[in-house]
Design a protein around this ligand. Structure first.
Ligand SMILES: *[C@@H]1O[C@H](CO)[C@@H](O)[C@H](O)[C@H]1NC(C)=O
Ligand SMILES: *[C@@H]1O[C@H](CO)[C@@H](O)[C@H](O)[C@H]1NC(C)=O
Ligand SMILES: *[C@@H]1O[C@H](CO)[C@@H](O)[C@H](O)[C@H]1NC(C)=O
Ligand SMILES: *[C@@H]1O[C@H](CO)[C@@H](O)[C@H](O)[C@H]1NC(C)=O
Ligand SMILES: *[C@@H]1O[C@H](CO)[C@@H](O)[C@H](O)[C@H]1NC(C)=O
Ligand SMILES: *[C@@H]1O[C@H](CO)[C@@H](O)[C@H](O)[C@H]1NC(C)=O
Ligand SMILES: *[C@@H]1O[C@H](CO)[C@@H](O)[C@H](O)[C@H]1NC(C)=O
Ligand SMILES: *[C@@H]1O[C@H](CO)[C@@H](O)[C@H](O)[C@H]1NC(C)=O
Length: 626
């Protein structure tokens, strides 16, 4: 009884603060230069929900690969959103960049949208009235579902956009997109959160096939290109078209993915995820970049410029470590001295150092070897030479040396000329003093294509100083491009560090649930209904639809999870229907019904914002059969 009362009081507050009652919040997105504060883009649209939205709104700034920053502001108040836009970009009258605002007609047209093929014609988005008219044509988009799990109003939607695929290559585009979507959600990476996601393909025919090179885009919708011919980043030349295309899809486009029709490595993260369908690298780049944009985390690998989010710590104070609740051996992080505050004490750090790191992105030639020297302190038990290469399909094409000794490099099987990552572990101490790493191109025919992309040397303490075991959670140093140290949760468990690994670490996976559950409510609907039993008596039914997780999944996953469903009628728990998705009452029953849903998964240990719970109420005022 005591318990029922407690739930009842709790339910009242949560029902009335539920976002569904308060209409769609506004989301403002601003792209600007962090130094000059010059804005290049403003978009304002209504989004289906933002759970746990604080009264003052939600404000977040993050750095993009392009050097720009992306500012996001979510609020219930449209005027506040505009005021914020002006405080970020200056008076509206002076704006001379792209401004995207949803108009009422577009919202009305979308609300009847079904989960099947929708074809948008070429239309123009209206710029905000007082802004300079910066119109841009939305390319024609032929939308096809790849993997869908529910209506876009309660899902996070990822959309592949086509670049460099001609009309005749539409089939190839759909195949490429489906292969990548299945790779990252079938049995790994995003597989446990798949019921919260939709993947779509949005085809636009290109006039020319493939992506540009030498800094010159081809005739394609988003103008993707490489700077030179070598395998490196793939840039976009028409961001305003990509923004308008995604914006025109409304709720159906949360994360745009621009896919360039090129068989080899390439990509870029940030405002758009840019990828190629490379067999070796497509999925690898896609999941890493989605990690950045969906979970909102920075790098875990060395040499990056931004380390932030649930997988990054900047000091050793236990209370400031986002994954403190995942630490494998919490006791080793707090050598107890009885009466002081454990959470304020510095945590253990796994001992390693990065004596050398470079991103040469250089073409190799036989006339001169690429080499570099570095100093070791001679105090570490073992070391690792880590590098990535492209254009080198054969073992005899290249020799990699450390202090004149051949490290025995061999290409990954079937890699061809595509890029790949290599680790050579050397279980001995690097001596105190200077060392040299050399890349010797042996095959002259590879000149012009053979490329050294990145190289790094790391040194590690012995097993008592550096635990390298998979699944061990501790503080592992990561070194930025400026050799600043931050900490990450695992040695090599996470694809944010080891891009060839297909999964996130537990801290990132938990962050993924948080990020998705801000935008997805576990409860889809509560429908009152009536039905007759065998003897013709009327029965009142309340049918609850929830996102198909736990025992409601189409295909089970190998993690522990459960739904607990609690029903209440007029403030009292109806025990007989606990855990059932339908409640059956007498036909003449009227009153209030409440369903409370608690999802539990071993992938989430801490749920400060109560994102894994949801509550819905329905007031029934008429009787059945009346
Ligand atoms: C997922 O499936 C792919 C392709 O069948 C396979 O290579 C991979 O090892 C599987 N991953 C897991 C975690 O089972
Ligand atoms: C430690 O780092 C966290 C973020 O990782 C930061 O919030 C906190 O202020 C830092 N504390 C100190 C003492 O520098
Ligand atoms: C946990 O850490 C303590 C203190 O460092 C150590 O004595 C113990 O062996 C560790 N246990 C495991 C399972 O690693
Ligand atoms: C980074 O700093 C550490 C010491 O703080 C030093 O031992 C190491 O050599 C530096 N690495 C590079 C690449 O400068
Ligand atoms: C050959 O490679 C070396 C080392 O990267 C470089 O300095 C040189 O300019 C290259 N020469 C040619 C002809 O490309
Ligand atoms: C290594 O250390 C020696 C002695 O301090 C110094 O002369 C040399 O320049 C260092 N080498 C590098 C690559 O930093
Ligand atoms: C290095 O070799 C020792 C002795 O064989 C072994 O115990 C240790 O695990 C090895 N370390 C690594 C990182 O492979
Ligand atoms: C409801 O489901 C939860 C989670 O599986 C379980 O712990 C609980 O015992 C169930 N309650 C009843 C009454 O079946």
């Amino acid at each position: 009884m005591k318990r029922a009362l407690f739930i009842s009081a709790w339910l009242l507050t949560s029902v009335f603060s539920s976002t569904a009652e308060q209409g769609r919040p506004f989301e403002l997105v601003v792209i600007r230069d962090p130094d000059s504060l010059q804005c290049t883009h403003v978009a304002l649209q209504q989004i289906p929900r933002f759970r746990g939205l604080p009264d003052e709104g939600y404000f977040k700034t993050k750095p993009l690969d392009t050097g720009e920053e992306r500012v996001q502001y979510v609020t219930r108040d449209r005027d506040l959103a505009w005021a914020r836009a002006e405080s970020l970009c200056g008076p509206k009258e002076e704006w001379d960049f792209q401004v995207l605002v949803q108009d009422e007609l577009a919202i009305a047209a979308r609300s009847g949208q079904q989960l099947n093929q929708v074809v948008f014609g070429t239309t123009t988005l209206s710029a905000h009235d007082s802004a300079a008219p910066s119109h841009v044509d939305i390319p024609p988009l032929e939308i096809e579902p790849l993997i869908t799990s529910g209506d876009s109003s309660n899902r996070v939607d990822l959309v592949f956009f086509a670049d460099g695929y001609t009309r005749d290559e539409k089939g190839k585009f759909i195949e490429d997109a489906l292969r990548l979507a299945e790779d990252i959600s079938g049995n790994q990476t995003f597989y446990t959160v798949k019921p919260l996601l939709n993947f779509w393909a949005a085809f636009t025919p290109s006039k020319e096939s493939g992506i540009g090179s030498g800094g010159k885009p081809k005739k394609t919708p988003f103008g993707l290109y490489r700077d030179g011919t070598e395998l490196r980043a793939v840039y976009y030349s028409k961001p305003e078209v990509a923004r308008a295309a995604c914006f025109s899809l409304g709720d159906q486009c949360d994360y745009p993915i621009l896919m360039g029709n090129d068989p080899l490595y390439g990509g870029l993260g940030g405002e758009f995820t840019v990828i190629t369908p490379s067999l070796a690298n497509g999925a690898l780049v896609l999941r890493h970049e989605l990690g950045h944009s969906v979970i909102e985390v920075g790098e875990e690998y060395d040499g990056g410029f931004a380390y932030f989010g649930v997988n990054a710590a900047h000091n050793r104070t236990l209370a400031d470590i986002p994954w403190a609740h995942w630490l494998t051996n919490a006791s080793s992080h707090s050598h107890a001295e009885d009466d002081d505050d454990m959470s304020a004490r510095p945590a253990r750090v796994e001992r390693s150092v990065m004596p050398m790191q470079a991103y040469p992105w250089t073409l190799l030639n036989t006339s001169a070897t690429w080499s570099t020297t570095f100093n070791s302190s001679g105090t570490y038990a073992w070391h690792l030479v880590r590098f990535s290469l492209s254009g080198l399909p054969e073992k005899d094409d290249l020799r990699v040396e450390l202090d004149g000794k051949d490290l025995g490099w061999a290409p990954r099987k079937d890699i061809g000329v595509d890029r790949w990552h290599y680790d050579i572990k050397l279980n001995r101490t690097l001596e105190d003093g200077e060392h040299e790493v050399r890349f010797v191109l042996k095959n002259k025919r590879r000149e012009g294509e053979a490329q050294l992309c990145s190289v790094e040397v790391l040194e590690f303490g012995d097993e008592s100083e550096f635990v390298s075991t998979p699944g061990h959670y501790s503080l592992y140093p990561a070194f930025s491009d400026k050799n600043e140290t931050s900490y990450r949760p695992t040695n090599e468990d996470c694809l944010m560090r080891i891009v060839t690994t297909p999964n996130f670490c537990k801290a990132c996976t938990e962050g993924l649930w948080y990020a998705l559950l801000l935008r997805v409510d576990l409860i889809e609907d509560l429908q009152p209904g009536c039905e007759q039993d065998d003897s013709g008596n009327w029965l009142r039914t309340l049918e609850l639809s929830v996102v198909p997780l736990a025992h409601l999944r189409d295909s089970p996953v190998d993690v522990e999870e459960s739904y607990t469903i609690t029903w209440m009628k007029n403030g009292h728990v109806v025990r007989d229907f606990t855990n059932k998705t339908i409640l059956v009452d007498e036909g003449d029953a009227v009153g209030s019904y409440v369903a409370h849903v608690q999802y539990a998964t071993e992938e989430v240990r801490v749920d400060k914002e109560s994102l894994l719970t949801s509550t819905v109420a329905s007031f029934v005022s008429t009787t059945c059969g009346a």
